[in-house]
Design a protein around this ligand. Structure first.
Ligand code: GMT
Length: 376
């Protein structure tokens, strides 16, 4: 198949899923054309069967705001026409599904079907703002196919937007051959010179991630267990979080690594992954950590209970329950046998439920169904 993929190229779960999906599809012999305003984070180096089409943005003194939705639609028209795409797959509804709809209408009889994958804040947060709501609802209803990354997100979409459309749930996935604990990790010596336990978190530091909660959990844990906290990523809440570290006097044991493309070394050196989010439709970074054998301490929101099993792969607590999350962390770090069982269960769940080789065919079947439906 000739597949067009549009996603955000930035450090975020939707772009990462789109990129990893494109790479897996290319590996299975499909031609994959990425269309975005910059090269997606994990799309580095030459990869057979993958092409990148940059959306060019021109500025004009009359415009206060960039007209990305239109520029993207025009680029989609070009790529569909000249690369002879069969299907367009857009990740994150805003504004990608709207651009895809516009491109399809522009192409008229030469238009191709497009499918939209809903990832999270496009539905639970941003899409509900009055300035976007009608267009988001319309674009989802007029997608030829729609997928959501968890059952929770599917239900939210149907109720929040009063949509009756069929939405297929296809969860996030992980390459468990790549995301695997490395036995000897040089990074460990660097971050834990005295063999401290390592708590880790990876995100784009948006408010919904509740990164300050992580520092507070760590503060509690550190009182009882020699440990350090590794924070990977960057975003709006980083300065607050740094300030909180200063207030709590934990700066020497909190390591801010900024954005990192390669995470396996970091996970291999770590013991527990923390995800106390306010809202989380799936939790891709937690899955990648689980695949490396890290138990997860998370909140109970969204799709997190679909990802991990309380008391087996980690623990789940209510949003903001810092004390309980700290207790769970201490409990696991204190009990070597229990920790080993949880670590093995986390890895096993990643392999059995979310392995890339099992999930990507679901997208291929989805494309085939969408193509068959429009040709009847
Ligand atoms: O939250 C992020 O890190 C980015 C965000 C996005 O939309 O780019 O991620 C969402 O999509 C990921 C991939 O499907 C999910 O694993 C995340 O749970 C989801 N984030 C939220 O729902 C807050």
């Amino acid at each position: 198949m000739n597949i067009g993929i549009t996603c955000y190229p930035t450090y975020g779960g939707s772009g990462i899923v789109a990129t990893e999906l494109g790479k897996a599809l290319a590996n299975r012999g499909h031609q994959v054309h990425f269309i975005s305003y910059a090269l997606p984070t994990r799309l580095d180096g030459f990869i057979e069967n993958i092409y990148f089409h940059e959306v060019e943005m021109s500025s004009y003194p009359l415009f206060d705001f960039p007209l990305y939705t239109i520029a993207l639609a025009s680029k989609m028209v070009d790529v569909v026409k000249y690369q002879k795409l069969d299907i367009l797959h857009v990740h994150y509804a805003i504004p990608h599904a709207t651009s895809a709809y516009l491109a399809k209408q522009t192409l008229g009889k030469d238009g191709i079907p497009f499918t939209t994958t809903l990832h999270g804040t496009d539905i639970t947060l941003v899409g509900l703002e009055p300035s976007y709501l009608h267009a988001v609802k319309f674009s989802i209803e007029n997608s030829d196919g729609v997928t959501a990354v968890s059952r929770h997100l599917k239900e939210k979409t149907l109720t929040n937007y009063s949509i009756t459309k069929d939405i297929e749930v296809i969860p996030n996935f992980v390459d468990t051959k790549k995301y695997k604990k490395l036995p000897a990790c040089k990074f460990k010596k660097q971050i834990a010179p005295n063999n401290e336990k390592i708590l880790v978190h990876v995100s784009n530091f948006r408010k919904v991630k509740r990164v300050p909660d992580i520092v507070r959990i760590f503060h509690e844990v550190q009182k009882e267990i020699a440990s350090r906290l590794v924070l990977v990523g960057d975003g709006p809440d980083r300065s607050n979080t740094e300030q909180l570290c200063r207030e709590l006097g934990v700066c020497d044991d909190v390591i801010f690594l900024g954005k990192q493309a390669e995470l396996v070394d970091i996970y291999s050196a770590s013991d527990i992954f923390l995800m106390p989010s306010q809202s989380e439709s799936f939790g891709l970074s937690a899955l990648e950590a689980m695949s490396c054998g890290l138990p997860v301490i998370s909140s109970s929101v969204g799709g997190l209970p679909e990802l991990q099993v309380h008391g087996e792969t980690g623990f789940i607590a209510e949003i903001g329950d810092i004390t309980r999350m700290a207790r769970y962390t201490i409990d696991l770090l204190r009990n070597e046998n229990k920790y080993r069982l949880f670590s093995e269960a986390a890895r096993r769940r990643a392999v059995e439920k979310f392995e890339v080789d099992n999930i990507v065919p679901l997208y291929e079947e989805h494309y085939n169904r969408v193509l068959a439906a429009v040709s009847t």
